[in-house]
Design a protein around this ligand. Sequence first.
Ligand SMILES: Nc1ncnc2c1ncn2[C@@H]1O[C@H](COP(=O)(O)OP(=O)(O)OP(=O)(O)O)[C@@H](O)[C@H]1O
Length: 567
Amino acid sequence: MRDVFKIFFHTGWRQQLLIVFALMVSGLVEIVGIATLWPIVGLLGGETHMKSHAIDEYVRWGLAELNLPLTIEVLLLIIVGAATLSFVFGTAGSVFVGRSVANFGTSVRLQLIDAMVHAKWSYFVAQPVARYTAAVNSDADRASVAFKASALCLSGLIQTLVLMGMALFVSWPFFLGAVAVVAVLWLGVGRYMRMAKKAGRGKSKHNLALLHAVTDALTNVKALKAMNRHSFIGHTFAVHVERLRRATQAETYSTSAVRAVQEPLFTILILGGLFIGHSVLGMDLRVMLGSTLLLKRVADSIGTVRSNYQRVVLERPSFWHLQHLLQEVRANREHLSSGKMPSLPATIEFSDVGFAYPGKQVMRGANVTLAAGELTTIIGPSGAGKTTIADLVAGLHQATDGTVKINGLPLQEIDMAGWRRQLGYIPQDSILFNDTIINNITLGDPTVSRGQVEAALKAADAWGFVSKLPGEMDFTIGVRGSLLSGGQRQRLAIARALIGDPKLLILDEATSALDKKTAKEISRAARALTGSRTILAITHQALWVRAADRVYEIRDGKVTTAPAGVN
Ligand SMILES: Nc1ncnc2c1ncn2[C@@H]1O[C@H](COP(=O)(O)OP(=O)(O)OP(=O)(O)O)[C@@H](O)[C@H]1O
């Protein structure tokens, strides 16, 4: 039960208390209706003098205070009024719950997305994509359900307590009967609660595993199909789907079983109670009838608590997973330095730079100069650390030894956000969105005009093929640009990098998918951009060595200069 409180009050208490208040008042007003039934039963039984009973006394006192006569009509009107008020407060409570649940779902998604986009690159790059898609999608939904169920569980709990108080008022044997109802109905379903707990954990785990498998497989499906290995992924899916099916079955079984067990248990309790009340304790018939109604309310109330508690148990793994993930991503937030903005184009200097990934030294004592307005090319075998140099320039990683300076200013002392806005970065694997060409180039920036996009496409040698597409730059390029060729995708990535008129252009194997002629044209176009821009090209292609002002080679962690040839 502790989790119900923790989940409900996790995000604050003001709105939460309002919800509990509305639902509680709705329940209390309903109880006034039940209490009013007491004297009605007596009047219908033809009593002229009501036998003195605490509840009768209160109803009579209430009527006298309001100057109302004790008649069946008045009592029925009070019951109708109480039911109406209960409906009004119940509806208000449901509206508050609905609003809070929607706000909770939206806010937790926005917080996670915000935390993710501001996380350090070194943290981000090590995370499986499915972890976040699952969190933003199904975990956020399930956490909202846990939140809603905790609200309903708490209000049900308060109602049950009030009804128990009323039971104590009626008579102590009846109170004991109510305690028995609560205890038997609660403990009688303990086994199914444990089953729900296990099913909830299983669902979360297998959902995530399935999403991991699907994301990985769909990203690689082409190669797997070409090698006829797709039956292997089908098998991996089937294993996770089967485990998910079992968890879902256990969930459904545990929820239906609780409902199925509750009804007969309640009937046995009521009949047994009536028998004991009448034959053993010789209780008044009117008290027994009223008590039965009240007991039914107690059973309904504890039923609400139980079913919502079960929902909390089923969904809480997602709630806490989301909270822990949010904490973890926030702890890995990237704190961008907010110093000076260097003059541009800038000279970037590595002085005795060393860098290591956890457990892997990539470079030592590297001295590199990317002179302002020049094209510098970095070559080296695969895995030598070329991309790492680009990432150090962009501040995505920090040198573990030595310093990286921009126009003499250490990288940690510059305005990092401003610096990155001056960067045009074309990574090895550019991600294109399933959207139009223009949206892929502007990335949603409304200040970029169609004319600027066309100019960038021309500079990237992409206008030739774009102008032949249906709709030209309004053509939708398919999932990750699947309707285009590899070379066409690369040209769009170059155009995207050129759109902000960057003062430092980083091309990481930017022309590796292009034919020699086009690659040469692009390297020439890049050369033409020097002077007002500093350019860093990372490549295996000799044409970039010929186009460069200076060349460095990285091999076995050491960076050396190599001959360059401007053509
Ligand atoms: N996030 C990371 N965590 C741990 N090791 C990494 C990480 N990124 C890269 N590495 C390792 O660091 C080394 C340098 O990687 P880098 O990507 O800089 O090489 P590269 O020269 O650009 O290779 P390629 O030409 O194949 O793209 C590689 O051995 C790689 O395995």
